[in-house]
Design a protein. Sequence first.
Length: 429
Amino acid sequence: MQTAPFWTDDFPRPTDLPVQAPPERTDVAIVGSGYTGLSAARVLARAGYDVTVLDAETIGWGASSRNGGMMTTGLKDDAQHICKQYGNELGRRLWEWSLDAVDFVEKSVGEAGIDCDFARRGYLYLAYKPGHVEAMQESVAWHARQLDYHDMHFVPREELSEEIGTAAYFGGVVDSRAAGLHPAKYVFGLARIAAEEGVRLAEQSPVTAIDKAGEEWRLETSSKRSLYASQIFIATNGYTTDVLPYIRNGVFPVGSYIITTEPLSPALQAELSPRGRMFVDSKNFLNYFRLTPDGRMLFGGRHNLSPNLDVTESAHMMRRRMLEVFPQLADAAVSHTWSGNLGLTFDLMPHAGRIASGPHAGIAYAYGYAGHGVAVASYLGHEIGRMLSGERASVTFADIRQQRYFFTRYDSLYLPFVSAWFRILDRVR
Ligand SMILES: Cc1cc2nc3c(=O)[nH]c(=O)nc-3n(C[C@H](O)[C@H](O)[C@H](O)COP(=O)(O)OP(=O)(O)OC[C@H]3O[C@@H](n4cnc5c(N)ncnc54)[C@H](O)[C@@H]3O)c2cc1C
């Protein structure tokens, strides 16, 4: 069993990716080289800006090469609740934006010729308890009525076998617009195209301090070198450090853990997932799973919210849960186990825009995709690129007010309590 992501084992960071040391000056410095940072960088380079993307590790090292590769519609918070919270008009706009985000990824990988196994396989949201079924049926009717969305349908328990080879669930909702891809092929493909478009990629360059230097910004990297930039975009999401308190007080990391099996026989693949859907269940400590393009079962989730669990230990827990769903996998060896950080916000919404006041006013940021970042990070990064190039005044989510708390950065203190609460909810509801 390898303790590294299957995706980067299958498709490692290309050795010929053109990386360079950070220069002394650049127009736009982008901190973080996942989908968010690279999508913004591409827009800016095409608009003629000198762009430098810096990553503390290697390019694409963060969640963007470690995730489930599932592009579901909507955001982490469900559309009904978003409409209640922010009003029907904005709720509808954000729903449609989420559909556009998946379309955006499809279109941009098509146009750029990034071969990343993008496929519209649809997704199946599974009722973990009988009590979850009614809300699911209501949700399908609500999406049709309120959002004029008709690509969703309810599947009763007796018909679930057409969708999934398990008796563990009580019904489900299929959304046919959802898609899947190979995360590492996508992020490294983005990086290669960005470099071809003129973006400078700098690895092993952790930004440790940012301050104002006259009209410009000065970024200090760990080697004590300075990089001067006219604009900065922070795209570090679940790996955000304490460099800018404003950002760190808005987002906290949550660990997510994945295992994959060895490739399964075509017959077993067809039995477990006849339509190749992306699967998510309705628990608070949810599980998400799918077949990989080469026919492995990828099974992910979390046991508590900590980003620091041992991945060998987590593999045992994840396998136990996988066998509850698919006892047919008892003989399938686990090939890989790994983890990564999601970026979460207390209101479960993405947030983006510019820091409004204080010594770092004007610096752009985007974060908080809460497990929906494959499409959302890509599209929001693209919008930020357009904002920084002056093509648009602001970005989606900039008007959603976010409460910031000084204690957000002390996540290791409060996450165990939030985890315990979720565990209780999973037992009682
Ligand atoms: C296990 C797992 C499963 C997931 N599954 C799904 C899924 O199925 N579908 C979905 O939509 N989303 C999923 N997600 C979420 C999705 O992967 C993320 O939302 C998305 O990749 C975020 O992209 P990003 O570019 O914002 O951040 P990341 O890809 O995390 O990149 C941030 C980068 O910032 C760098 N960095 C941090 N601090 C500094 C610094 N000071 N200086 C320089 N660099 C720095 C880090 O090294 C890192 O490479 C999953 C996430 C995880 C971890």
